[in-house]
Design a protein around this ligand. Structure first.
Ligand SMILES: Nc1ncnc2c1ncn2[C@@H]1O[C@H](COP(=O)(O)OP(=O)(O)OP(=O)(O)O)[C@@H](O)[C@H]1O
Ligand SMILES: [Mg+2]
Length: 291
């Protein structure tokens, strides 16, 4: 059994009267874990705790064999961590190169030649080499997002925490990023929050679904998808028995629900279908997840 690189035991975090996280237990190993969940589920709160910018109110957080309770251990983790916040502001007037170099200085990269080579490497990874000297304020939204991503990749971190990394990226850039992340995950632990189920399906072995600060599902992507088998069907009209139905480009309706009616045209579920079914499941109507 591989020792977990990320371990959370009974982690809770409150903001006033809101329990953003409540009794979260997790154990992650190297590879990519996707974090799904509706707005306000607690994804960003969890990632901020993993990135050591927020302290849990209760529970134990162990990252890379360090317990976050002590300042020395937090510093040790930060040296091996990359973090892409959900929203990242840039200093006014900075170019992509200058900003990522500034982040490299903060990350204690020493001499300029080695540091600059590393900055060029990460800008290359996010396909920004040719735009490196342009002011960030003149870049497009997706290009700015890639500048933010580049700083997270500095120093090939052992733990990479990414909050909605593909938001605003065009399809080619999303695929290119998947390549970079899959390569990085050979040796590192990656946790990424997203609303894009197709990114999770394409990249992640493991998926965690958060809901109201609780872990609603934690397992393999294939397990969650398999649990939706026989529960997705096409029809010429929305099925009143379905939990959700929508018109597809072909003009037919895709229905997801407790069980497809007999004689229905059943189709293979996607992770999005499975996620919707999980979201709609109440405790008495929960999805059976095969082991
Ligand atoms: N700094 C804060 N102060 C007060 N409440 C907060 C703060 N940060 C988060 N919360 C609350 O904690 C809960 C979880 O928020 P969080 O940002 O972790 O959700 P999320 O899953 O990342 O959502 P989204 O998909 O919209 O990014 C929400 O109810 C939110 O209002
Ligand atoms: Mg968030």
């Amino acid at each position: 059994m591989i020792r977990p690189t990320v371990e959370l035991i009974g982690v809770g975090k409150r903001f006033g009267g809101t329990a953003a996280l409540d009794g979260v237990d997790l154990a992650l190993t190297p590879g990519i874990t996707g974090l799904l969940g509706p707005n306000g589920a607690g994804k960003t709160t969890l990632l901020r705790i993993l990135a050591t910018v927020l302290a849990a109110d209760e529970g134990v957080v162990r990252l890379l064999d360090h317990d976050l309770a002590t300042p020395q251990d937090r510093t040790a983790v930060r040296r091996r961590l990359g973090y892409l916040p959900q929203e990242l502001g840039f200093p006014r007037g900075f170019s992509a190169f200058r900003f990522v170099d500034y982040m490299a200085v903060l990350k204690e990269w020493g001499s300029a030649p080695a540091r600059h080579a590393e900055v060029r490497r990460v800008l290359e990874q996010v396909d920004l080499a040719t735009l490196a000297t342009k002011r960030i304020s003149t870049l497009s939204g997706g290009q700015r997002r890639r500048v933010a991503l580049a700083q997270a990749l500095l120093g090939a971190p052992d733990l990479l925490v990414l909050d909605e990394p593909t938001t605003g990226l065009d399809p080619e850039q999303r695929v290119a990023l998947r390549r970079v992340l899959a390569e990085t995950a050979r040796a590192a632990t990656l946790v990424l929050a997203t609303h894009q189920t197709e990114d999770v399906a394409a990249l992640c072995d493991r998926v965690i679904v958060l809901s109201g600060g609780h872990v609603q599902f934690d397992g393999r992507v294939a397990q969650l998808v398999a649990a939706a088998t026989g529960r997705v069907w096409l029809a010429d009209a929305p099925d009143p028995a379905a939990q959700a139905s929508w018109r597809t480009g072909s003009g037919r309706y895709r229905n997801v629900g407790k069980a497809a009616p007999s004689a229905a045209e059943v189709v293979d579920p996607t992770l999005e279908d499975a996620y919707l079914l999980l979201r709609g499941a109440t405790t008495s109507d929960s999805i059976e997840v095969p082991a």
